[in-house]
Design a binder for this molecule. Structure first.
Ligand code: HEC
Ligand code: HEC
Length: 309
């Protein structure tokens, strides 16, 4: 027997009222602003753009590309007159990563460069290459976001060799981080740019440096710091010798005469004004995912860096 079917256009009163409510909900959803980003999303954005934690902490292929499935499981090996250290495994693996650390333990390591009591080297300061004196500037919500993101990445088992310290560890203070920031600063393009450039530690690489000490006054942003080759997990790595350039607003020695687009192409694409490819260690690949607003703020800040060099 053939089942009687309702003509599709004729809805019962009940069905009609459901479809009306669906339409209403859809309208409401479209008119309210997009849900603000969660802590993990904010953390993912910061860690994978301006902070570029993975530029040091994620192992790379011999060509220098980060290996996604080994994200943050231990990366670049640094050999300097002051220390030999490998960027640690900061995945949530309990034994070889930071899975047994509390939120406060992780925050203290990031912003003060101190290990917690349960670390393999309890309470011992982290080598100065871990940019804690810049991360000191992190706003509380951003720090919470970073921790939330670190907890969300895949735990990877990878025992990283313990560091060796040949001199006492000194984390040189960075003036803008010492002065600090407020959430309101993020609304102002210059302050927002200053914040991003601080947590991105641009001037740690780009300022003049002698005997391991950076000059954040006369040498601020003038370039000249040399980066030698280093090792990634025993593989000869991407950090070819390159020399940081003058990024002050000086019209000849610096980038004062560059257009905004040229500056953005250098930061996010690793291409200099003359079209030449820029070499590591600057984190071009990470910066390529910066939001347009954040990139504009960084350019606004760069324009204010006093000419030098
Ligand atoms: C310029 C390279 C570099 C960058 C960038 C960097 N780190 Fe590190 N980090 C290191 C090195 C090297 C060590 C190990 C130092 C040592 O053993 O003395 C370390 C250690 C740590 C530790 C301590 C882990 C342990 O087991 O001792 C944490 C946590 C950490 N980093 C988190 C981060 C986070 C989060 C970011 C991004 C916001 C970041 N790091 C960015 C180089 C870096
Ligand atoms: C880890 C060190 C490091 C960090 C951090 C870093 N840079 Fe660089 N940057 C370099 C080096 C080295 C070069 C030159 C590379 C070359 O010549 O191949 C460079 C090149 C540049 C250039 C191109 C200059 C030119 O004349 O071609 C710009 C612009 C620049 N950096 C801006 C920034 C900004 C802005 C930040 C922060 C968001 C930053 N850098 C963070 C090391 C760094």
């Amino acid at each position: 027997m053939k089942r009687p079917s309702l003509p599709e256009t004729k809805l019962t009163k009940y069905q009609a009222s459901i479809s009306l409510s669906v339409a209403l909900v859809a309208t409401i959803l479209l008119t309210i602003p997009a849900k603000s980003e969660t802590l993990v999303e904010r953390g993912r954005y910061l860690v994978n753009t301006i902070l570029a934690c993975g530029n040091c902490h994620t192992p790379k292929t011999p060509e220098g590309n980060p290996i996604a499935e080994k994200e943050l499981s231990g990366g670049v090996s640094f050999t300097t007159p002051a220390f030999n250290a490998i960027a640690a495994n900061i995945t949530p693996d309990k034994e070889t990563g930071i899975g047994s650390w509390s939120d406060d333990d992780i925050k203290r390591a990031i912003t003060e460069g101190i290990r917690p009591p349960q670390a393999k080297l309890p309470g011992v300061p982290l080598a100065a290459v871990m940019p804690a004196s810049f991360y000191k500037a992190l706003l509380p919500r951003d720090l919470d976001a970073i921790v939330a993101y670190l907890r969300s990445v895949k735990p990877v088992r990878n025992e990283v060799a313990l560091p060796e310290y040949k001199m006492p560890v000194v984390h040189q203070p960075y003036p803008d981080a010492e002065a600090g920031f407020t959430t309101k600063d993020l609304q102002d393009p210059v302050r927002r740019g200053t914040y991003l450039a601080t947590i991105g530690h641009c001037m740690e690489c780009h300022s003049a440096r002698e005997k391991g000490v950076s000059d954040y006054t006369a040498g601020f942003g003038v370039g000249g710091r040399k980066f030698g080759p280093s090792l990634v997990q025993g593989v000869q790595a991407d950090w070819k010798g390159s020399i940081a350039r003058n990024i002050t607003s000086h019209s000849e020695k610096g980038i004062g005469a560059w257009t905004d687009e040229e500056i953005k192409r250098a930061i996010t694409g690793g291409i200099s004004r003359n079209g030449k490819k820029l070499e590591p260690p600057m984190a071009f690949g990470w910066y390529s995912n910066l939001s347009p607003d954040d990139l504009d703020a960084i350019v606004t800040w760069l324009r204010k860096v006093p000419p030098g060099g």
